[in-house]
Each structure stands twice: as structure tokens, then as C-alpha cells.
Design a binder for this molecule. Structure first.
Ligand code: ADP
Length: 448
């Protein structure tokens, strides 16, 4: 087992990783930017190294500085968390050259899944159903328009390097194609420095259902069931739950098998997530694979009672997995609490948290790095907490979440708590009858 793990991340996930390391008797090293000096991950790690100024490119994304921290602390493994360098194949390669174990898949496996076009090609070869669309990248507008007619509108243009819902445009008819093409390319270029665009049939009113998988160094791959992430605003997840209210035993078996196939096709090593779109007839299509731990991993942890970070560390250390699949026996819901004002288009609301009281009690878990007196910086992701509840049934989980949100007091900044409170009361949400377009006609104007 590893002796010392450096965590190349910040916020709640850095803290989350430190917790598991402590339980496993592994020493930890935090890295931090000057803005994060007073962060909890810095306080709770055994050692901490400042790696630069607030800007991510000069700190959490700066490979030479992180490697310098590895060298001075003598860490023998590195956990990348999510975001930042977690899906950067070059970084995984640099770690290997330095002789430090990257806790995650190999650089090659990251490469195969990181580029969405290549990933789709790999899935087609492996026999996993994918959304119908272009054969690789689109060359120009004319070819794009021609293909859109063949596939049939609506279509969606997507950036091959995409993430976080950026670089995507839905096109409903021919006349809109050119504008959508130009803006998708511009957005992709600005966000990812890569304006490669591909096309997919736009699946109308789908569910976003993803499978957690795990693979070891010996070719065993298993699945740990699904999460439903259909509650999204502008293609960004706000709430996740497990199991999916839309799932049947038969569908779980088929999708689980496809997810395992996806993992096996690249000899996947580590924990990962295979994302699918599911239409109302329960046809499912591979969308992408995330080769890292996900924000929403706690819902899976709660329904199968398993520590996924521990699983990641064990796999990286060469421990084989049992190979059996895991099935949910509880219901869990996670609400993402962001420092944003949902009443005004979710505009960012950084600043000082003057009062913080987190919900507690049976079946309630709060993963957060925030505390009273903590200043939410404007430099990074706006998520400041995740509330996760678990109960025997979905109804009970919703009631518990309502109770937990009522107890959650954050003063000094605006958060997404009022939105989640309203969502819990929504009849459609309560009945489980929703899809990724659910929030398109949600009324945010009366939130406090
Ligand atoms: P990102 O990597 O930016 O998160 P994804 O490919 O995971 O992008 O897609 C994010 C969301 O966009 C999905 O959860 C879904 O709501 C929507 N989406 C993506 N592709 C399609 C499609 N072909 N049809 C319908 N919705 C889609």
C-alpha cells in the first residue's frame, strides 16, 4: 500500500480524499494556491505545499509546480480528484516518468476516452450502442448540413473536447444550422482550444443515466449500478440520485452489461463512469466515459455502502477487485449546493460565509470544505457543498432531503438551496417523471 498520497486538487473533493487516506493509514499532502491558504484540506492534510497564485493555470493546473511538490514531500502516489488535471493524459504520463503512481487509469486509457469522437469509435467497435451521428469530426458547414438532413432534425453539435455542457448547440432546422455551427465552434475554441465539432441525433426528452464501473489491473471489470442525473440546467447536473426512478431490472442488466463492455474494451483500470442517454422507450445510447471519480459518487457509495475513493486507491495499489456487480438496496439523493443565485440566472455569488449550519441526523451526509468565516473565491468552481441523503424508499429520501435543506443555513452569500427546496415539492419530480429538459420551463423567479 502507498505510504503518502499527494492530492492535486482543492475543495470538498480534496477533503473527501484526505478522509479516506486517514482511515487507510496513508499520509497525505495537500497542495494549495494562495487563495486557499485557509482551506480545510490544507488544515487536515499531514503536509501542505503552496503551489502558486489563485489562477488555476498557475496552481492546480500547473504540472511542473505540482511535480515539485511531489519531489519535496516524497509522495509515492497522487490523487487527481475531479476537474483540473484529472483527465489529462499528459499529466498521467508525467507522473509515470517521475515514478509516482497516478491514482486513475493509464495515460493511454484516458486518451482513448478523453476525445469524444475516438471514444465513440471505440464503443462502436466494442458493440456498445451509441447515438447515431457523424463519422468523426465534421469538415465544414455544407457537409454538416447534408448529414443533418440524412440523420433528421433535431441534431446536436458537440465539441470533441467538450465538458461541463460547453460547446454544444441543438439545431432544430436547416436555417439555424450555420449560426449554431459558428457559435459551437467559437465556444469550443475559447473553452478548450480545440474547435473540432461532431454531430449527433438530438434525443428528445432523454434521461441521463450513468453507470459507475470499476476495473482492476488484471482485466476484471464490474459495475456498481446507475445514477440518474437528468435534473440539469444548461446540460449541467444539479441533482443526482440512485437508483434511477426509470430503471427496471431488465434495463439495468442490459445497461450494466454495456458499461462493462465499454470498460473491458480499453482494459480499464480504476473507477470510471459510463454515461448514457435513455429515450422514453428505454433505448439507451453511450454518450461518453469519465475516467475519474465524479462529483456525484456519494450517491453510489450510500446505496451500496462502499467507499469509492478507497476502491480507487486499492486498485491503483494493485489489489484485485472481486469482479461481482453491486446493486442498490437504499435510495440516495444528492443536491449540489453552489454559491450562485438561482433567482437571477444562477449568477455567481462568491464572498464571505458569515454563518454556516449544516444539516445532520440519521441518513444525512454533507460533503463540504466550507465553514463560517470561509470566503468562497471567485477563481474556481462554484460548488461549496453536497447534501446527500439516504433512505429505504425514494419518497422517504425526498422527505429527508426536504428536512435537511430546511436545516441548512448559509448566510453571507446566495446559494442554490432555495431552488432545491422548491424542486423537492414539485409533483413531477416527486413522481419521478422527468427528463433532461425538465428545468427548461421551471419557474425560478419566486425563489428567495
Ligand atoms: P459534457 O461533457 O459537456 O457534460 P455530455 O456529452 O456529457 O457533455 O452531455 C451533457 C448533457 O447534454 C447530457 O446529459 C444531455 O442532457 C445533453 N445531451 C448531450 N448529447 C445529447 C444528445 N445527442 N441528445 C440529447 N441530449 C444530449
Amino acid at each position: 500500500m502507498f505510504n503518502k498520497i499527494l492530492i492535486a486538487n482543492r475543495g470538498e473533493i480534496a477533503l473527501r480524499i484526505i478522509r479516506t487516506c486517514k482511515e487507510m493509514g496513508i499520509k497525505t499532502v495537500a497542495v494549495y494556491s494562495t487563495t486557499d491558504r485557509d482551506s480545510l484540506h490544507v488544515r487536515f492534510a499531514d503536509e501542505a505545499v503552496c503551489i502558486g497564485p489563485p489562477s488555476s493555470t498557475e496552481s492546480y493546473l500547473n504540472i511542473p509546480r505540482i511535480m515539485a511538490a511531489v519531489e519535496i514531500t516524497n509522495a509515492d502516489a497522487l490523487h487527481p480528484g475531479y476537474g483540473f488535471l484529472s483527465e489529462n493524459a499528459n499529466f498521467a504520463e508525467v507522473c509515470q516518468e517521475y515514478g509516482i503512481k497516478f491514482i486513475g487509469p493509464t495515460a493511454n486509457q484516458i486518451r482513448k476516452m478523453g476525445d469524444k469522437v475516438t471514444a465513440k469509435e471505440t464503443m462502436i467497435k466494442a458493440g456498445v450502442p451509441v447515438v447515431p451521428g457523424s463519422d468523426g469530426l465534421l469538415k465544414d458547414v455544407t457537409k454538416g448540413k447534408k448529414l443533418a438532413k440524412e440523420i433528421g432534425y433535431p441534431v446536436i453539435l458537440k465539441a470533441t473536447a467538450g465538458g461541463g455542457g460547453r460547446g454544444m448547440r441543438i439545431v432544430w432546422k436547416d436555417e439555424e444550422f450555420e449560426d449554431a455551427w459558428n457559435s459551437a465552434r467559437q465556444e469550443a475554441k475559447a473553452a478548450f482550444a480545440n474547435d473540432g465539432i461532431y454531430m449527433e441525433k438530438y434525443i428528445v426528452e432523454p434521461r441521463h443515466i450513468e453507470f459507475q464501473i470499476a476495473g482492476d489491473q488484471y482485466g476484471n471489470v464490474c459495475h456498481l449500478s446507475e445514477r440518474d442525473c437528468s435534473i440539469q440546467r444548461r446540460h449541467q447536473k444539479l441533482l443526482e440520485e440512485a437508483p434511477s426512478p426509470f430503471m427496471t431490472d431488465e434495463l439495468r442488466e442490459k445497461m450494466g452489461e454495456a458499461a462493462i463492455k465499454a470498460g473491458k474494451s480499453i482494459n480499464y483500470e480504476g473507477v470510471g463512469t459510463v454515461e448514457f442517454l435513455v429515450d422514453k422507450f428505454r433505448n439507451f445510447y453511450f454518450m461518453e466515459m469519465n475516467t475519474r471519480i465524479q462529483v456525484e459518487h456519494p450517491v453510489t457509495e450510500e446505496v451500496i455502502d462502499h467507499d469509492l475513493i478507497k476502491e480507487q486507491i486499492k486498485i491503483a495499489a494493485g489489489v484485485p477487485i472481486s469482479g461481482k456487480n453491486y446493486f442498490p438496496y437504499m435510495h440516495a439523493i444528492e443536491c449540489r449546493i453552489n454559491a450562485e443565485d438561482p433567482k437571477y440566472n444562477f449568477r455567481p455569488s462568491p464572498g464571505l460565509i458569515t454563518t454556516l449550519h449544516t444539516p445532520k441526523g440519521h441518513g444525512v451526509r454533507v460533503d463540504t470544505h466550507a465553514y463560517a468565516g470561509y470566503r468562497v473565491p471567485s477563481n474556481y468552481d462554484s460548488m461549496i457543498a453536497k447534501v446527500i441523503v439516504k433512505a429505504r424508499t425514494r419518497d422517504e429520501a425526498i422527505t429527508k432531503m426536504e428536512r435537511a435543506l430546511d436545516e441548512f443555513i448559509i448566510e453571507g452569500i446566495k446559494t442554490t438551496i432555495p431552488f432545491h427546496k422548491k424542486l423537492m415539492k414539485n409533483e413531477k419530480f416527486r413522481s419521478g417523471d422527468f427528463n433532461t429538459g425538465f428545468l427548461n420551463d421551471f419557474d425560478f423567479s419566486d425563489l428567495d
